[in-house]
Design a protein around this ligand. Structure first.
Ligand SMILES: [Zn+2]
Length: 308
């Protein structure tokens, strides 16, 4: 397998990507289920916006890819990573979200015959944010965005909690609506693997954005925990177990909702509340803590203030 990965990397170099340093690697989670764990840092020319996690499931009827990368070049890198593991073509792409790296590679895989699947609100949010995300990405990736065409998911299941099957593999989709509206998770009951999308972050602290929902995050994490997954492929960070996901994401959502949310509900001062919880030993080892923790609390406070 390593030889094949080297070969794939060499081929990419020959096709003009010689200066691209980051080539994603497949990592077996269990049986036929693989994770592609991206770097924790920012989008860059070197990583082609693949600074998130992806995954794939190899079945006798083709590959199911979870999320498609941030650009055409990023999608090509993911395709090379899959090819190092299996000859099977990518039959399905399932998007867990509408943030750039979750879906801007859709067009590449669709042009090679894959069906692009997402829940209705995920697909709608992709359309809504497409322009904004392309603009944002152009600032990081500039010329490496060439050939990238936003293609929102074209196959939308009729229900909010569909069960899909391909090649003997069963996948259960459900909304999490935490980091972005319409974010979703993909659960594989047979192998006990959860692709959480951006609901779960480990190794780095999760980010609460202006359009994120701490309330939804808390609720969705508890629902995820109730499924008792053996392996979690988080949105960012290394593949983990439920205990780690709880320590680094679930407990943080609980803190934001139960402590910050409660203070907002009781109309305490935001400033004093943020100061009181400025230093949290349970989370300060996580990457990006210094940069994000206060802003996260601020947004949580605002959410609970607006809708207690
Ligand atoms: Zn993300």
């Amino acid at each position: 397998m390593h030889k094949l990965i080297l070969l794939a990397t060499a081929l990419l170099s020959l096709t003009g990507l010689a200066h691209a340093e980051y080539q994603p690697q497949a990592e077996k989670v269990v049986d036929n289920v693989y994770a592609i764990v991206g770097p924790l840092g920012q989008r860059s020319l070197e990583n082609d916006g693949l600074n998130a996690n992806f995954g794939f499931i190899v079945t006798p009827q083709g590959v199911i890819l979870i999320d498609s990368g941030a650009s055409r070049l990023g999608a090509e890198k993911l395709a090379a990573t899959i090819r190092a593991v299996t000859e099977q073509p990518v039959r399905w792409v399932i998007n867990t979200g509408s943030q750039d790296h979750r879906w801007l590679g859709n067009d590449f895989f669709a042009s090679r015959g894959a069906e692009i699947i997402a829940l209705a609100r995920t697909a709608a949010t992709q359309s809504l944010y497409a322009e904004q995300h392309l603009e944002g990405l152009n600032r990081f990736l500039a010329g490496r965005m060439a050939g990238t065409k936003p293609l929102p998911a074209t196959k939308v299941p009729a229900t909010d909690k569909p069960t899909l099957t391909l090649g003997g593999e069963t996948l259960e989709l459900a909304y999490t609506d935490a980091h972005f509206p319409g974010d979703a998770q993909v659960w594989l009951p047979k192998s006990g693997v959860m692709f959480s999308g951006d609901l779960v972050y480990v190794d780095r602290i999760l980010g609460v954005l202006p359009w994120s929902s701490v309330k939804n995050g808390q609720k969705a994490f508890h629902a995820l925990a109730a499924l008792n997954p053996t392996f979690i492929v988080p949105g960012h960070g290394r593949v983990c177990d439920l205990a780690q996901a709880k320590r680094e994401t679930g407990d943080y959502y609980d803190f934001l909702a139960d402590k910050i949310g409660a203070a907002a509900r009781e109309m305490e001062s935001m400033e004093a509340t943020l100061n009181r919880y400025a230093d949290l030993p349970a989370f300060r080892h996580l990457e990006n803590y210094a940069g994000l923790h206060r802003a996260n609390m601020n947004r949580a406070f605002t959410e609970f203030e607006a809708a207690p």
